[in-house]
Design a binder for this molecule. Structure first.
Ligand code: UDP
Length: 239
């Protein structure tokens, strides 16, 4: 018989920046289609997938706040940027034959349905991909924290943090050829080595809930599938 996935339900965190591809801003169509193809592969394996997407390709509250804008207002703009990315992602998923549902932490009823936990769980059970939009719904937080929060809420077995590099390395692999990838790290090791895997709030939530984090590359072909199959891919941060 076919090997079975190691995980039943996962929370995938995609950064907004990843959507840009090689562009300087916005959403690169080819890039989003490649990401969705990776997701479709694991949905096809029967894995339940929830996604949190960032907004950094469109707007970052912290940067605007530092430049003088009221921080909370800037953060609401950042959250709205994640709604735009969520709509684009769900659209690309629908075009590739997945059934996607966007749920927003901020009420924008004419555009997307609100986040209601039991409904999200129902969609997941039905094999639909749930895209959580608008982060946590609160300023001063990040979409990494939203990923940790929603991951804990839906009982995900793993939070997958997609980055440009295919894991956590002992040094920058683009600068230092002797850099090695960590296959696993404990939460404490990640803190003591100051690896900055997620922001402190997100990281603390995962650690408290003993929710493991896998750092991997979404654009490395087949990497997401290897992660859900439990193969040696990326870096696992665990309790
Ligand atoms: N944001 C927020 N609260 C949240 C999640 C996001 O205020 O719970 C805002 C914040 O301004 C942030 C922006 O939305 O800069 C985009 O999210 P993030 O920076 O996490 O996106 P990414 O870096 O993953 O693209």
């Amino acid at each position: 018989s076919q090997p079975r996935p190691a995980h039943k339900r996962i929370l995938l965190k995609l950064s907004g920046e990843a959507l840009m591809g090689d562009d300087a801003f916005g959403i690169n169509r080819g890039t989003i289609e490649r990401m969705v193809a990776e997701v479709a592969e694991v949905v096809g394996l029967g894995v339940q997938v929830a996604v949190v997407i960032g907004g950094g390709n469109i707007f970052r509250g912290m940067a605007a706040g530092a430049a003088g804008m009221d921080r909370a207002t800037a953060d609401y703009m950042g959250m709205l940027a994640t709604v735009m990315n969520s709509l684009a992602l769900a659209d690309a998923m629908d075009r590739q034959g997945l059934v996607a549902r966007v749920m927003s932490a901020i009420a924008i009823e004419q555009v997307v349905e609100p986040y209601v936990r039991p409904k999200a769980l129902q969609y997941l059970e039905e094999g639909k991909v749930v895209v959580f939009a608008a982060g946590t719904g609160n300023p001063f937080f990040t979409t990494d924290t939203a990923a940790a929060l929603r991951g804990a809420e839906i009982g995900a077995e793993l939070v997958l943090k997609a980055t440009k590099v295919d894991g956590v390395y002992s040094a920058d692999p683009n600068k230092d050829p002797s850099a090695t990838r960590y296959a696993t790290l404990s939460f404490d090791e990640a803190i003591s080595k100051n690896l900055g895997i997620m922001d402190a709030t997100a990281f603390a939530l995962c650690r408290d809930q003993k929710l493991p984090i896998k750092v991997f590359s979404i654009l490395k072909s087949g990497a997401l599938r290897r992660v859900v199959m439990g193969e040696d891919e990326g870096t696992l941060v665990h309790a």
